[in-house]
Design a protein around this ligand. Structure first.
Ligand code: HEM
Length: 218
């Protein structure tokens, strides 16, 4: 047990936790986007509400939701801890990566993560809290609540800023997770890079388009 604790608190162990929880969140985002893209249909929210009900009633999804919350919490705590550890090691430097060839994506990973965290707090407060914790509204009201929210330009801007940060964070995060997990050789690196590029563009773009579509079309 002691070796397990010392492994997961070591620098390699912490990177591994970041990679595993990050990959789990990457899968979650793909499912979340699939459900949200139903908002683009012109069916008065029928398909979207059906998806939300299905997700709520499915026991496997219910259990995964708790793993998801834990994944988010661990990923955030470890991210802050890795950042502070790096800063200390570099004698108070603000950037995590200071090598000359570091991309803007890897250099500001932490700060993009912080913007996503602020977005997430606002986002969960708006939908998840009322739906799943305080039960102030039900599945049927969710669709109209969402449409109303996205008609507010301030809310729209907050969302779009969150999605830009998500794009920047995923751009480096996707590849970095696979690299940490050892998929870093001549054959795999170009494949992972290509997948990372496709994912980090398609997923945030999908999330970016939905509020805009609701604002201008619905
Ligand atoms: C257009 C963008 C988005 C829309 C319209 C949207 C909508 C929603 C809605 C309606 C819910 C509550 C119902 C449900 O659990 O399905 C929800 C939950 C949630 N959203 Fe989003 N979301 C968006 C983007 C995001 C992004 C980018 C993230 C993460 C970075 C995120 C993370 C979450 C989480 C963690 C939950 C709680 C999930 C659960 O309890 O199972 N969402 N979202």
């Amino acid at each position: 047990m002691k070796w397990l604790i010392s492994f997961f608190t070591s620098s390699l162990g912490r990177k591994l936790i970041m990679a595993l929880t990050g990959l789990f969140l990457i899968i979650f985002l793909l499912i979340h986007l699939t459900g949200n893209s139903l908002l683009l249909l012109n069916d008065g929210g029928e398909s979207f509400t059906g998806f939300v009900v299905f997700m709520e009633e499915n026991p496997v999804i219910k259990i995964s939701a708790y793993i998801l919350y834990l994944g988010f919490i661990i990923h955030i705590i470890q991210g802050i801890s890795v950042y502070l550890g790096n800063r200390k090691a570099k004698g108070g430097s603000y950037a995590v990566t200071t090598t000359a060839n570091a991309s803007i994506f890897s250099k500001y990973m932490f700060w993009f993560g912080m913007v996503i965290l602020i977005f997430l707090i606002i986002h969960l407060g708006d939908f998840w809290l009322g739906l799943k914790v305080t039960h102030t509204f039900g599945n049927e009201e969710l669709y109209h609540k969402l449409i109303n929210k996205f008609h507010n330009p301030i809310y729209l801007i907050i969302y779009e800023l969150g999605m830009i940060a998500l794009f920047m964070h995923l751009r480096h995060g996707f590849q970095s997770a696979f690299q940490t997990l050892g998929l870093n050789d001549k054959k795999w690196t170009p494949i992972v890079k290509c997948l990372g590029n496709i994912y980090s563009i398609i997923v945030p773009l999908g999330f970016f388009i939905i509020p805009l579509y609701v604002y201008f079309v619905k």
